[in-house]
Design a protein around this ligand. Structure first.
Ligand code: SF4
Length: 345
């Protein structure tokens, strides 16, 4: 059995832009995901991080086969699932589930939580006996910290944190191998964010799940993830273990994101040179040439707009796509989370 549960190779998704009233003509394309390659190892938590619109959710939806890729290859458990269609996709969908960002809008307000959680059972014709299904749903409710006696209550009767637990329960009904959590705590109060993150961590260990955490905030994924992929304008620009990425980032974009993370220690904070990102995120309909970060990068040189840097091994042991990666000294000066600055490898 391969150590990789999922393998993604050169994944591309362009959304066509059309114009015209009677006849729709293609006038361009949104380059949402452009040549993304990475693996998800069995049992790990992989973070996918980047600004809004960088393609992280589209990548997850492509892997789940909720969107049709423009090109590229997706393998799940050694099986190429890229071209599967219709009924052939049903068993694949069972293996991968998603927890959505907004626990308010992702639950049907007219249904009891019992029927919301039981829905996947009905779709996949599992536990067809009513009593058996109710017992199975109540077991899952207990597992995620919900009172099984609240089976007949409606979503509005629950708090935000409890609603997210309902979303987690629904995602677990089919015992998937891979769980995507798309910004699972960003709509919740800070006070309950940690509870949901701890719940996901515990369930991952208990059920042997593989988890992909999608977030725009680097500080949320730090303590959850074994490895983190940083995306910028549809491409992965850095992929490394959490320690490599947070202590010794090599891509200037990762450095800028980390530099913006607030530091609780004012003395430490004062000694750092903040590396703020200048300018807006360029349009994905017309992304910059070669290195897409060159329009905002403080280290950009002429070659950066001429030659695309490959995602390759750097001296910290991780992968980064950059012609002039950050040095240990630059990291020490600008990244508040970095320690002494000694490369890990
Ligand atoms: Fe900056 Fe050049 Fe590296 Fe791109 S390749 S991140 S522009 S230094």
């Amino acid at each position: 059995m391969s150590e990789n549960l999922v393998e993604v190779r050169d994944l591309v998704k362009y959304f066509p832009i059309t114009q015209g009233i009677l006849v729709q003509k293609k006038v361009g394309a949104v380059h949402a995901v452009d040549g993304v390659s990475f693996d998800v190892k069995r049992g790990e938590t992989l973070g996918i991080v980047g600004e809004t619109g960088c393609g992280k959710t589209t990548t997850a939806r492509l892997i789940m086969r909720l969107l049709e890729p423009t090109s590229g290859r997706i393998t799940l458990d050694g099986e190429d699932i890229t071209a599967l269609k219709g009924a052939a996709l049903k068993p694949v969908r069972r293996e991968m589930q998603m927890i959505f960002q907004d626990p308010y809008s992702s639950l049907n307000p007219r249904k009891t939580i019992g029927s919301i959680i039981a829905e996947p059972f009905k779709i996949h014709k599992i536990h067809t006996d009513d009593k058996e299904r109710k017992r199975a749903v109540q077991d899952i409710m207990e597992q995620v910290g919900l009172n099984p006696e609240h089976y007949n209550r409606y979503p509005h009767e629950f708090s935000g944190g409890q609603r997210q637990r309902i979303g987690v329960a629904r995602a677990l009904t089919l015992r998937p191998k891979l769980l995507f959590a798309d910004e699972p705590v960003s709509a919740l109060d800070v006070s309950i964010q940690a509870q949901i993150l701890n719940l996901l961590n515990d369930l991952k260990d208990e059920l042997g799940l593989t988890l992909v955490m999608i977030a725009h905030d680097l500080s949320v994924v730090r303590h959850m993830c074994d490895r983190v992929a940083v995306m910028y304008l549809g491409s992965v620009v850095e992929l490394a273990t959490s320690d490599q990425l947070y202590e010794q980032p090599r891509h200037p974009y990762t450095g800028a994101l980390l530099s913006a993370v607030p530091v609780p220690d004012p003395t430490r904070s004062k000694t750092k040179e903040r590396q703020l990102l200048v300018g807006d995120l360029p349009s994905p309909t017309n992304p910059p040439s070669a290195c897409r970060f060159h329009t905002r990068c403080p280290k950009a040189q002429p070659i950066c707009s001429e030659q695309t840097p490959p995602l390759e091994l750097k001296d910290n042991g991780g992968l980064a796509a950059c012609h002039f990666p950050l040095t240990a000294d630059e990291v020490r000066r600008s990244v508040p989370t970095a320690e002494a600055g000694t490369p890990a490898a």
